[in-house]
Design a protein around this ligand. Structure first.
Ligand SMILES: Cc1cc2nc3c(=O)[nH]c(=O)nc-3n(C[C@H](O)[C@H](O)[C@H](O)COP(=O)(O)OP(=O)(O)OC[C@H]3O[C@@H](n4cnc5c(N)ncnc54)[C@H](O)[C@@H]3O)c2cc1C
Length: 507
């Protein structure tokens, strides 16, 4: 039987990313109809404002103009993440920070890590990125003349998640003729063989489909609730399980930082994401290590005002992923598939990646499903495990011991075998590209280098020959000089965005 009628449940970022990816791959077949169903009574989660550079390739592929993203979604540029206070304040000072920038630490493609390991006192590892000064000086990654989706340095975006979903929705409807239904699904109908058959909507209508994509958020209506695929609980590895979210207006003259600021506190961390009209700020914490009232007090101290009566939104976070991402004629994406707290903005990245896997491997016939589902499940399990490794790394290798949260996070014995082995190997030599042996390691050597050495991971320095030393020294000098020059030459982030707005207003 040919799969012709595809239903996507959920109109959040995951649902509309799926609609566009499936649209790109399937719209050429006139027999296939894609329908997205969302409920007006169940709002989208509306957080998820930080991305990674992969999003640019995705948006380009969907045919979305960068200028539309910037103007419709209050978007700003993100050149990486600035991690503050993730290390022991007594040893490293109260203002310690490092960057995980969206660039390579290999100047001109040359690996200078061994040189840095021999000279750690001379400069911070983050300075191997030209983004360091550009970000510190609040510069835009783009020149005025930069073409769409290209910058003088690499970048991703911060955006308003609700407006982003609207932009994706418009694109999917207009370019890929995705049918859009606003209805609450009251009942999911199952066939005798365990496949899903269709839905009964709140207005009593029944509609049947051949294939289902569950993007229903944390409720995981189809994969979790209906098909009973369990969540593999990963809360022993990632201890944070709650967030308090706040939106803070900014004025038209406030600087806009071109990075996510991630400030650690005694039981988690705080995200601080600037958009054009406001900041999105979130206090992520472990409810086992901090009560809600302590969280509000600590968040108040970060904001410099009492948040007792502020409009804080509490978001519980289920940490883990579904044992299978695809069962029978249903695959899940986004929060319905899994979530591992917001650090490093992994959620939209994994959703985008999984939606692409689904679209590229989409079964033409119902008989193809078992084969394709098994393959995709293997890919997604590996991907989730490596994402968890990377997020856990940030806690595990810190030298903070000032609270029970940090003591438990750093002494945590629940670590994947792969991360354990890699960390042991990296005590005797730094990470290299070949350590990341799968195409599904979505965080690779460059990401690990910035985090490991931003946090002073103790790797034994190797012996260095004089030519290696001289070449590395020169390349490091060049990258730092280039970083300063770019910092001087590029427009301020605020000015770049203001000039874009002015140009659009005068059209
Ligand atoms: C605190 C927090 C911070 C985050 N920060 C980031 C970040 O910085 N970067 C990042 O990449 N990700 C982040 N994420 C994750 C990000 O928010 C999600 O990946 C993204 O919003 C996708 O959500 P979703 O589409 O899966 O679900 P949702 O947005 O929850 O959408 C669910 C949809 O399902 C529909 N639905 C549910 N039940 C029914 C029903 N019965 N009938 C019809 N429709 C139904 C709803 O109407 C809704 O449209 C964060 C998440 C949290 C919790």
């Amino acid at each position: 039987m040919k799969i012709k009628r595809v239903a996507i449940v959920g109109g959040g970022t995951a649902g509309w990313l799926a609609a566009n990816h499936l649209g790109v791959e399937l719209a050429r077949d006139p027999e296939i109809e894609i329908t997205l169903i969302e409920s007006k009574d169940i709002p989208i989660i509306g957080v998820g404002e930080g991305t990674v550079p992969q999003i640019k390739a995705t948006l380009k592929k969907f045919g979305i103009a960068e200028v539309d993203l910037l103007s419709c979604c209050d978007a700003t540029f993100k050149q990486g993440i600035k991690f503050a206070n993730w290390m022991d304040a007594d040893k490293h000072g109260h203002n310690h920070f490092y960057y995980h920038p969206f660039s390579s630490p290999f100047p001109s493609g040359y690996d200078v890590t061994n040189y840095w390991l021999n000279n750690t006192a001379d400069f911070e590892f983050s300075r191997l990125s030209e983004i360091y000064s550009v970000a510190e000086l609040n510069r835009s990654p783009k020149q005025k003349s930069s073409p769409p989706y290209v910058g003088a340095v690499d970048y991703a975006y911060h955006f308003n998640a609700v407006k982003f979903a609207d932009l994706l929705a418009k694109n999917a409807r207009e370019k890929f003729s995705v049918r859009h239904i606003v209805e609450t699904i009251e009942q999911v109908k199952i066939k005798s063989d365990g496949n899903i058959d269709g839905f009964v909507y709140a207005d009593g209508r029944t509609e049947l489909f051949d294939f289902f994509v569950d993007c229903s958020g944390f409720s995981s209506l189809l994969l979790g609730k209906t098909l009973a695929v369990p969540l593999l609980d990963k809360s022993a590895q990632i201890l944070t399980d709650a967030a308090l979210a706040l939106q803070e207006p900014i004025t038209e003259t406030d600087e806009i930082k071109p990075y996510t600021l991630a400030t650690a506190h005694s039981a988690g961390w705080i995200w601080d994401i600037p958009l054009t009209q406001r900041r999105g700020i979130g206090f992520v914490y472990s409810s086992q290590h901090m009560s809600e009232s302590e969280a509000v007090a600590s968040f108040s101290s970060y904001m410099g005002r009492d948040l007792q009566n502020a409009n804080l939104r509490k978001i519980p976070m289920a940490i883990g992923y579904r044992e299978s991402f695809w069962l029978k004629n249903c695959a899940a994406l986004g929060l319905a598939q899994g979530f591992v707290e917001p650090l490093e903005a992994t959620s939209i990245l994994v959703t985008d990646f999984a939606a692409l896997q689904l679209a590229r491997n989409f079964p033409k016939l119902a008989d193809d499903i078992p084969l394709v589902a098994e393959y995709c499940n293997k890919v997604m399990r590996y991907t989730w495990e490596r994402v968890i490794d990377f997020v856990q790394l940030h806690y595990l290798i810190s030298d903070r011991r000032d609270s029970s949260f940090w003591r438990e996070s750093t002494e945590n014995g629940v670590v994947s075998d792969i991360l354990k082995e890699r960390l042991a190997m990296w005590t005797i030599a730094p990470p290299k590209k070949s350590d990341f042996f799968s195409a599904f390691d979505i965080f690779g050597v460059e990401n690990y280098l910035f985090v490991l050495y931003g946090m002073n991971y103790p790797t034994r320095p190797g012996v260095m020959a004089l030519p290696e030393k001289n070449r590395s020294q020169e390349l490091v000098r060049q990258v730092q000089e280039k970083s300063m020059q770019m910092g001087d030459a590029l427009l301020s982030h605020r000015q770049w965005l203001t000039e874009l707005k002015r140009a659009l207003d005068s059209r």
